[in-house]
Design a binder for this molecule. Sequence first.
Ligand code: SF4
Ligand code: FE
Length: 482
Amino acid sequence: MMTGSEYRQSLKARKPLVVFMNGERMTGEPTEHPVVAASINSIALTYELAEDPKYRSTLTATSALTGKTINRFCHLHNSPEDLYQKVGMQRLLGQKCGTCFQRCVGMDAFNATNITSFEIDQHYGTDYHKRFVNYLKIAEENDWVVDGAMTDPKIDRSLRPSQQPDAYVRVVERTPDGVVIRGAKMHQTGAINSHEIMVMPTLALKEDERDFAICCAIPADADGIIYIYGRQTCDTRLTEDPPGESLDIGSIYGGQECIIVFDDVFVPRERIFMDGETDFSGRLVDTFAGYHRSSYACKTGVGDVAIGAAALIADYNGTAKASHVKDKIVEMIHLNETIWSSCVACCYKGTETPAGNFLVDLLLANVAKHNVTRFPYEIARLLQDIAGGLMVTMPGAKEFDNPETQKYIELYLNGAGDGTAINRFKLLRLIENLTLGRAAVGYLTESMHGAGSPQAQRIMIARLADIGKKKDLAKRIARIEV
Ligand code: SF4
Ligand code: FE
């Protein structure tokens, strides 16, 4: 396994990436840019905590493939308990960085591809699973961050891929040695903090859409890959003096999303895990979505930070004893633990797949993610309510160093108890960061749309809930003939 600093170094060892940010091609090492560095601070925790004896058992697992100790983010889940350990790890990391730590998409892609490649082989006699297992052993051994890339641009959602090929990643050339792919993936979490990218189809495909049914792995620095970096609210605060450290940033941690463009990228044969088996694309999408929806347990960790911030700002504001404040904090806890309970339940109701790894209960995983599309917004609303308007009207951090304003700032931003002006300022900047700054990208809008928008979960919930059986239950009690 890599240490945190080895991980940071390993990113620099890649060939220079083609990255565009704010209209310019980044020169130099992109991971040293203060905006990117904040996102690396989060993902590096997945290595740093694995080194820490206190958290080692949470962050590591025994490989099902080699029996070696590996980082849990590279692991095929072996049991319901293993699935539970996974969501426990995600809550822990959310608590530690208060934002998206970016590494879950790869783990979820591994587990979904393990299932699907096995099932394709069973059906068609192909050798995708063997190739995938070989690949995963390398990923485990190297302790890679792998960006699981599923979401295509889609452009006009009323049209099929074959009617607008540019809207979906597709194979444009097949040779005896491999394939060439073209297209783009959107919203790619941790894209330039990754060693590898695993491409998966984005929807269930029809028979004549073979070229879009591609699942494969590519090095993040492969020729033909272009990254276009996503903006976040308040991101340029990271570039202000001192870069990455100004008190106005609220948190040294950040998330990262990019558009990844595949401008004719070659994929060797041994890294292709599905090519043309359209009838299995839906299975890959559903299993990846199921894993990833349960992974949104990360938001309960961020929720813990939000609840802690609410209780602390109430102390600083002198409102902690007010009954309505106490009740609002209870409400926040109730919402957060409701998310957690569905995340835990979908793990313990997980079952073994024919490939041998365990899959979460898909109905409960969809319920979990559906809770995530709603409750963080209410938790954030209550946090802002308790914090007060100062969280958005405060002057900048530099006033603490300005001799003309310092004495006013230090007097009038003061709070109760140990809520000195500077402590109150730091905490309010964290609350701003969580509820409408950089971390709100992950805690709110990504909670809504990441791993599928709310309607995607409602479709799955309707499909998996067995309404017919429920009708029969009602009929029996109502004495209607079944
Ligand atoms: Fe992991 Fe959560 Fe970030 Fe997705 S949003 S990559 S589940 S931390
Ligand atoms: Fe996500």
